[in-house]
Ligand binder design. Structure first.
Ligand SMILES: Nc1ncnc2c1ncn2[C@@H]1O[C@H](COP(=O)(O)OP(=O)(O)O)[C@@H](O)[C@H]1O
Ligand SMILES: [Mg+2]
Length: 496
């Protein structure tokens, strides 16, 4: 390594460390400062930075220059591969030329256009990951002397520094974008949309109970947002930075569910080659969300009750009692009261998990939220770098006229699908063809209460009759009305 003169070295270091201490790292500012530092320290007259525009031909374009000529320089169309900087870009080797007029590689075009006579030039490649991304060139010295070895070494340092700035700014930009994406996703993931009284009541309740450790039972039809609310409760609690573990009790056979929840010691059963901690342990200090609790087999219910009561358990095949601090949230779309009455769900466990009960309304009971949900889901499911489509005329009322048996999940899926299938920038009602078996309910504002309730009764009675294969006596039993009354309704409502 060559030595740099002591004075200059210290000066250069001071300048560079000042640059690194800057808090705002705008790459253009930094490049300008490096250029100025080169002027101060080495006494260069002008400097400029060119970036490779085309990786195949190494065509360069001016990106930054000291002095006031940047506007003009940017307009200059440099033929690829020519000139001293063209060579540097192509070969990746620096060139110092102290009499450019005699250098066969010299390209006079720029100097002539700019009317700046040039004597000497030091030109360096900007390397990132062994690839030349640009060239930095320094032109002439203020004192009229040529570039000496010391000067060249310092300028080369500056060129390397500039390349690093580009690299850092590139990764910072990527990181920034990645962070933005994650934030967007995160925000979308747990945002609860809806101004209706029904949903606002649930949000208030969730916030109120978040900080207590009381068990919460979330009920409601499938797709009404039970899991979303479980997240909300966790995120608003003091446990927010601790684990949130979710497990669906319906998806796993009892024996596997037991292992999953409580973990096991090595050799606890055939195939248990290592010790494994269970979800209760994993959720320690956080929240355990047991989804579809109504599907849990009775013998598992006994085991769960014990853990909930004692806040401790033993791993399968183990002897040690493990204490845990877990907040339990459960969810079901079943009517657990009824399941208890029918003996499918243990009453003692029901009392334990049902300390706070929240029932999420079906979408058809909060149709006023459809418009906000539509806007939200369009944004959530719009591909990046594509304009967000707008709801077309009549779309909201079209969506409000449907019963949404699959609730918000169904609506979200249908919006996602409509976005994929729509070419234009407007989502039209046609992009939401509802299954004909799911008879739409004419719930548009503007119908009278009688019209709406007649329509509902017609649909409902007709579906019930279908389910009894047209047997009126059976249908009357299901509907819990007199057979004669049913016959009258069938006539009145013109049910075929
Ligand atoms: N109020 C809401 N606002 C925004 N998205 C919602 C809302 N309710 C439900 N979702 C979305 O609908 C989908 C189904 O919700 P989920 O919580 O899984 O329902 P459930 O557990 O009741 O079946 C999820 O993608 C969820 O984010
Ligand atoms: Mg669910």
């Amino acid at each position: 390594m060559k030595r740099i003169g002591k004075e200059t070295n210290i000066q250069a270091l001071r300048k560079i460390s000042n640059l690194f201490q800057m808090t705002s790292w705008e790459v253009d500012e930094l490049l300008a400062m490096v250029m100025n530092a080169a002027k101060d320290i080495v006494g260069v007259k002008n400097g400029s930075l060119l970036l490779v525009q085309d990786e195949k031909t190494y065509k360069l374009q001016f990106y930054q220059a000291s002095g006031k000529n940047m506007g003009q320089l940017k307009d200059i169309d440099l033929p690829p591969g020519v000139g001293i900087s063209g060579h540097v870009a192509k070969t990746g080797e620096s060139i110092v030329s102290n009499d450019v007029a005699k250098d066969p590689r010299w390209y006079q075009g720029v100097s002539e256009k700019m009317r700046i006579p040039i004597q000497s030039m030091a030109s360096f490649p900007l390397n990132i990951d062994k690839k030349v991304i640009g060239v930095v060139q320094f032109l002439d010295k203020v004192d009229g002397t040529v570039f000496n070895e010391k000067n060249v070494e310092i300028l080369e340092h500056f060129a390397n520094l500039m390349a690093k700035f580009f690299q850092v700014s590139k990764s910072r930009k990527l990181l920034g974008e990645e962070f933005g994406r994650l934030k967007e996703q995160y925000l979308h993931r747990y945002t609860i949309v809806g101004e209706s009284k029904a949903i606002q009541k649930c949000i208030t309740m969730a916030e109120k109970v978040a900080d207590s450790k009381a068990s919460v039972l979330l009920t409601g039809e499938s797709g009404t947002g039970k899991e979303l609310f479980a997240h909300l409760i966790h995120d608003r609690s003091q446990r927010q930075n601790n684990p949130f573990i979710s497990v669906s009790c319906g998806a796993l056979p009892a024996s596997i569910l037991e292992r999953e929840l409580f973990g096991h010691e090595k050799g606890a059963f055939t195939g248990a080659e290592t010790q494994k901690i269970g979800l209760f342990e994993a959720a320690n200090t956080g929240t355990l969300f047991l989804d579809e609790i109504g599907e849990m087999p009775l013998d598992m219910q006994v085991k769960l009750l014990r853990v909930v009561q004692e806040e401790s358990f033993i791993r399968l095949g183990g002897t040690e009692t493990i204490k845990v601090d877990v907040r339990l949230i459960t969810a079901t779309n079943r009517d657990l009261d009824k399941e208890v009455q029918e003996g499918n769900f243990r009453q003692d466990l029901f009392y334990r998990i049902n300390v706070i009960k929240m029932t999420l309304p079906p979408l058809r009971e909060k149709l006023e939220d459809i418009s906000d949900l539509l806007t939200f889901f369009i944004k959530k499911h719009s591909p990046e770098n594509q304009p967000v489509k707008k709801p077309g005329k009549g779309l909201t009322s079209h969506l409000m006229s449907y019963a949404w048996p699959g609730n918000i999940r169904e609506m979200e899926n249908s919006v996602e699908r409509a976005i994929v299938l729509t070419d234009g920038d407007e989502l039209l009602p046609e992009a939401f063809p509802f299954e004909t078996s799911q008879a739409p309910i004419e719930l548009n504002v503007g119908s009278t209460l009688k019209q709406a309730s007649d329509l509902f009764r017609r649909t409902f009675i007709s579906n019930t009759l279908k389910s009894t294969s047209g047997n009126r006596t059976k249908a009357a039993q299901v509907l819990d009305v007199q057979r004669s009354y049913l016959s009258r309704l069938i006539k009145e409502l013109e049910i075929k």
